[in-house]
Structure formats: C-alpha cells, structure tokens
Design a protein around this ligand. Structure first.
Ligand SMILES: NC(=O)C1=CN([C@@H]2O[C@H](COP(=O)(O)OP(=O)(O)OC[C@H]3O[C@@H](n4cnc5c(N)ncnc54)[C@H](OP(=O)(O)O)[C@@H]3O)[C@@H](O)[C@H]2O)C=CC1
Ligand SMILES: CC1=C(/C=C/C(C)=C/C=C/C(C)=C/C=O)C(C)(C)CCC1
Length: 315
C-alpha cells in the first residue's frame, strides 16, 4: 500500500518537475542576486573565463581568479577591477593536485570562504591518439577532470558548513556525445559530467539544499580552442559555432536561475537523447550525414602544424 502511495507521489513529482522545466523554457526564471558573494573562476585568463569574470563582476561578486598564465590572468583582473569589484589573482597549475591545495589554502587565509566555484579551465591534446605523447593525453584528464575532485575537496567543506554555495562545471557537448579523434577530451568531459551529476545527487541526498550545482555543455565556441573543427558545409549555418559572449550570457542565466544543466544551443539535447535512444549504427549514419563524424579532422591538422616533436610550441 505504502509502495503504491509512494509511486503515485513520485508520478505527481515527475509531472510537476517536467511542467516546471517547460515553463522555465518559455518564461524568464527569477535570477538570484550574487552581490558581495566570493566567486572563484579557473581558467580566468582564457576567452570564456575572462567573459565569465566580467559577467560575475557586473553582478557585484568579488572575484578570485586562477590561471596558469599569470599575464593573461592579470589582464582579466584589471578589466574586472575597472567594474569596481575586489579581485585577487593566483597562478595555479590545475594539473598538479598540490598546486590546487596550496592555492586553496592561500585563498582561504587571504580572502575568505568561496561561495561560487566556476570550474572553467580546460585543455585538449589536439593530436591523433596514436601520435600523441602520453603526457599530453594525461594532462587533459588532469586539468578537465581530476582537478574537479581537488577543487571540490578544497572548497565544498566551507559551503557545507554554511549550507550555502554554488558549484558550476563548464563541461561540453562532448561530455554528452562523442566524435572521432578527441578521445582525451571526450573521456575527460564525460568524466566531468559524471563527477558533476554524482556530486549533485550527493548534495540532494544529504539535504544540502543551499548548495546549488550547474552543468554547462556548450557546442563549439568560437574561442580558438577548436579552431578548424567544422561540420558539413550545407548545415554549418543551421548550427554555427557559438559566440563566446552568447555562450557565457546563456550560462549566466542558467547559473543565476539555479538551473541544474544547460546545453547550448538547445539542439544539443536532441543529439544527446539520440545517442542514448538510437542504435549505435543509426547514430553513425546521422553523424556521417551531418559531417559530425569527421568534424575534428581539420582541427587536428591545424593543431599539428602548431606542434613539433610532441612539444607545444609557444605562439
Ligand atoms: N571553445 C570551445 O569550443 C568549447 C570550450 N568548452 C570548455 O570551456 C572552457 C573554456 O574554454 P575556452 O575559453 O574556449 O579555452 P581557453 O583556452 O581560451 O581558456 C582556457 C584557460 O584555462 C587555462 N588553463 C589551461 N590549463 C591550465 C592549467 N593546467 N592550470 C591552470 N589553468 C589552465 C588556459 O591557460 P593557457 O592559455 O596558458 O593554456 C586558459 O587561460 C574549457 O573547459 C573548455 O573545455 C566547452 C565547449 C566548447
Ligand atoms: C558529432 C555530431 C555533431 C557535431 C558536433 C560537434 C562538431 C561538436 C563539437 C563540440 C566541441 C568542439 C566541444 C568542445 O568542448 C552534429 C553535427 C551537431 C550532429 C551529429 C553529431
């Protein structure tokens, strides 16, 4: 009897959450204020990182910026300070666990408790698996996936103590479906998606309802990271690469609206669902038709010309 009551309640809850999701798609959800919150953004010297910093600064958040590129990080900080917020920068190598823990300790001592964490830094090897130095493949996993463990271990305890916080994972559409020649990247982003979802479940199961999570899964963004990556010519205008600012603004809406997940653009949900529902061969045929199967080939060629002997040349 209890099982049947629980089942009915569950069906009502499922229906209610679907309706809520549909309503939020068409109406503007209420956005939370983050004025005065302390927000840490990794990869802050990069294209999306810098735009995230500026959007968070416009919302009045105080900022802690992490990047391995000190000069780029400082340039971002300068732009954010012009918007009148407090900014601290740290040079951190996210591929090194101890570098993360040491910097986190300094942030806690010098600035205070971080309440919004944006795990944005990311890398890709950009080489064919069999021609790629092992260290380059490992680095992708360390930066895009392992760092999420160390960042969360470093900053979640203070969020839990206050039952207040927000953890944002900038993953990728390639964390939901795959294509050829980016094994390192797909493995790391699938890892990031799995890590993020498990953490979100854990926080719910423990009733830490004051700690929110948002997973961001964009398609190609015009930042240069995947320059050359392209789909079939005839449909390129239907699914063009995303503008960096648009990507960040859509992500901000999801974060401030406390949305659990966002795919940008929405059509990526269809590719994601098709991967799960259709037989493997059906996906292969569709990828071949759209040029999704070989979209990384020109990117790999591009990246190869920028590298020599397994070492990334400085540009
Ligand atoms: N561009 C795209 O098409 C898409 C990107 N994404 C994701 O968005 C995020 C941002 O990407 P995007 O802005 O395009 O990339 P960028 O390369 O412009 O920015 C990434 C930043 O992370 C930094 N970084 C790299 N490795 C480390 C490290 N070991 N320690 C600290 N910082 C590091 C980079 O520094 P440096 O420049 O010195 O390496 C750079 O400043 C990434 O997670 C990416 O995977 C998701 C979907 C699509
Ligand atoms: C595979 C595939 C597609 C192409 C996807 C691409 C090109 C994704 C690139 C994502 C990137 C670069 C993410 C970075 O994080 C289509 C044509 C949408 C649909 C058919 C399947």
């Amino acid at each position: 009897m209890i099982l049947i009551v629980d089942l009915l309640l569950m069906i009502i809850d499922v229906t209610y959450s679907i309706l809520c999701a549909v309503v939020r798609t068409f109406l503007h959800p209420r956005l939370k204020s983050i004025d005065g919150e302390l927000c840490l953004i990794t990869g802050a010297g990069g294209v999306l990182g810098r735009l995230f910093v500026l959007e968070f600064a416009k919302e009045g958040a105080h900022l802690v910026l992490w990047d391995c590129d000190t000069a780029a990080n400082e340039r971002t900080a300068q732009l954010a300070r012009e918007l009148g917020v407090e900014v601290r920068t740290y040079t951190v190598d996210l591929s090194k666990r101890q570098s993360i823990y040491d910097a986190a300790e300094r942030v806690r001592a010098e600035v205070g408790d971080v309440s919004i964490l944006v795990n944005n830094a990311g890398v890709v090897a950009g080489r064919r698996l069999l021609e790629c130095p092992d260290e380059l493949l490992e680095r992708t996993l360390l930066v895009n996936c392992h760092a999420l463990f160390w960042m969360t271990k470093a900053f979640l305890p203070q969020m839990k103590a206050r039952n207040h916080g927000h953890i944002v994972t900038i993953a990728s559409a390639l964390g939901l479906f795959t294509t050829a020649c980016v094994e390192d990247y797909c493995a790391s982003k699938f890892g990031a998606v799995g890590f993020h979802e498990s953490l979100a479940h854990e926080l719910r199961a423990e009733n830490h309802d004051g700690i929110k999570t948002t997973l961001v899964c964009p398609y190609i963004v015009d930042t240069g990271m995947f320059s050359g990556c392209e789909i079939r010519k005839e449909i390129r205008n239907l699914i063009p690469p995303l503008e960096p600012l648009y990507t960040v603004q859509q992500s901000m809406k999801a974060i401030l609206g406390e949305q659990e997940m966002i795919c940008i653009p929405r059509i990526m949900y269809i590719v994601f669902i098709a991967r799960a529902l259709l037989p493997w061969e059906a996906n292969v045929v569709a990828y071949r038709f759209t040029g999704g199967d070989k979209c990384m080939m020109p990117f790999i060629k591009n990246a190869e010309t920028k590298t020599s002997g397994g070492h990334i040349q400085s540009s």
